[in-house]
Design a protein around this ligand. Structure first.
Ligand SMILES: [Zn+2]
Length: 402
């Protein structure tokens, strides 16, 4: 509470000095004041100029995010270490060239309400106050889910990374299945598929990046729910050269079924088992509490069957390349190449595949999935397969897109 004892005139003086002594392009935030009450909390930012802010919440863990333009943070040294009411702690920093964020860890669910702007008493500093109100779990999660979806869209914008030199390397979109309220399959040891596949996908992205020949984008890099159609949209918006969805299988029947399987999209399933897997994975939206809108078929109509056929041929090549490469590293399902109507494999013009890394219901597979040594080898093989698919050797048949 000692920060409250400081007078505003001090901040005004600090701000005055900062502005006088240095050329500051970005506005300064000189303090963040937290005033907790029983059912509400006020967060006040003390700034060198009027700044627009927006606020939203995310869950797992519960966080409040205040987004601002690029900020020159000049906070007192003990800032962030707090434990005031619902706010456990906070951290801050730049997240893009033109955006900064303050992230508050919440001890209990709170949702943002009114934002009130003003000036300090002496008139030398600007204040912006955000009022939080206590919320129940259900409403908080709802708010967090809405925020996560809109954030996924926002992050598609050009502001996140706008390299001055266009990067023409092909883009691989890696799609870690499930997330947020949609847990995916639960492993025999209680592990969730959403966590296993996220860790794997991030390791795979690193391997691809290390090779330097392709760019890579994850549809999610945290524990958030993203509807199936949005995942495909992300690939389209970024002109992905390849889309690969990462999952962990499950099976209701008892038995020692195990192994990796690579799927391509097709409305006619290769077998009954494949159809069942697709049916299960397509339930992700409802598991996440989301009702998808009817699929927009206009894209398919414009591009026509020819593109679809070509894409399917290439998807099959990709799937085969993957299976060939991972064969010496993982136990393969007895029929490792299959097809079924996965909602996430619907891009008409992007070669797409989905890999079920192994069965979450098999102890042997789960041991592999959680082994760092196996993950290291498996991600290397898969990165090789993806990069080779997009950059085939010059002497070989030229099947890559120009
Ligand atoms: Zn899955």
């Amino acid at each position: 509470m000692k920060r409250f004892a400081r007078s505003l005139s001090l901040y005004v003086a600090v701000l005055g000095q900062l502005i006088a002594s240095t050329v500051i392009a970005a506005p300064v935030i000189a303090d963040i004041q937290i005033a907790p009450a029983a059912t509400s909390t006020r967060i006040r930012l003390i700034a060198s100029e009027e700044i627009p802010i927006s606020a939203f919440v995310l869950s797992n863990p519960d966080r409040l995010i205040i987004e601002t333009p690029d900020i020159n943070f000049q906070l007192p040294p003990d800032s962030g270490v707090t434990s005031q009411g619902a706010i456990k702690s906070y951290r801050y920093g730049k997240i893009a060239t033109d955006r900064s964020r303050i992230v508050f860890d919440l001890a209990s669910p709170m949702v943002p309400g009114d934002i009130v702007k003003g000036t300090s008493m002496g008139g030398g500093a600007y204040t912006v106050s955000l009022f939080l109100t206590a919320s129940d779990r259900e409403n908080f999660d709802k708010a967090a889910q809405t925020a996560a979806i809109s954030k996924a869209f926002k992050d598609l914008g050009p502001t996140i990374s706008a390299p001055s030199i266009p990067d023409n390397r092909p883009l691989i979109v890696i799609d870690p299945g499930h997330g947020g309220n949609d847990l995916g399959a639960t492993g025999v040891t209680g592990l969730f598929e959403k966590d296993v596949v996220l860790a794997f996908s991030m390791a795979l992205a690193k391997k691809i990046e290390a090779q330097g020949l392709c760019r890579v984008l994850l549809t999610r890099d945290q524990d958030v729910f993203i509807p199936l159609d949005e995942r495909v949209k992300i690939a389209h918006l970024h002109n992905a050269a390849v889309f690969l969805s990462i999952h962990g299988d499950t099976i209701a029947a008892v038995g020692d079924v195990r192994g990796s399987t690579v799927y391509v999209g097709d409305e006619r399933s290769s077998d009954a088992e494949a159809a069942k897997v697709a049916e299960y994975e397509n339930k992700a939206d409802s598991a996440g509490g989301y009702t998808p809108q009817a699929t927009d078929s206009s894209v398919a109509d414009i591009l026509g069957d020819l593109t679809l056929r070509e894409t399917r041929t290439r998807s099959s090549l990709l799937a085969r390349e993957l299976v060939t490469r991972i064969a010496d590293t993982t136990h393969l399902n007895r029929n490792p190449l299959r097809a079924a109507g996965f909602r996430v494999l619907r891009a008409v013009d992007i070669p797409s595949a989905l890999i079920e890394l192994g069965y979450m219901s098999s102890k042997a597979d789960l041991d592999q999935l959680t082994s760092s040594e196996w993950t290291d080898r498996m991600t290397s093989r898969m990165a090789d397969a993806l990069v080779e698919f997009l950059n085939p050797p010059r002497s070989g048949p030229d099947i890559a897109k120009p």
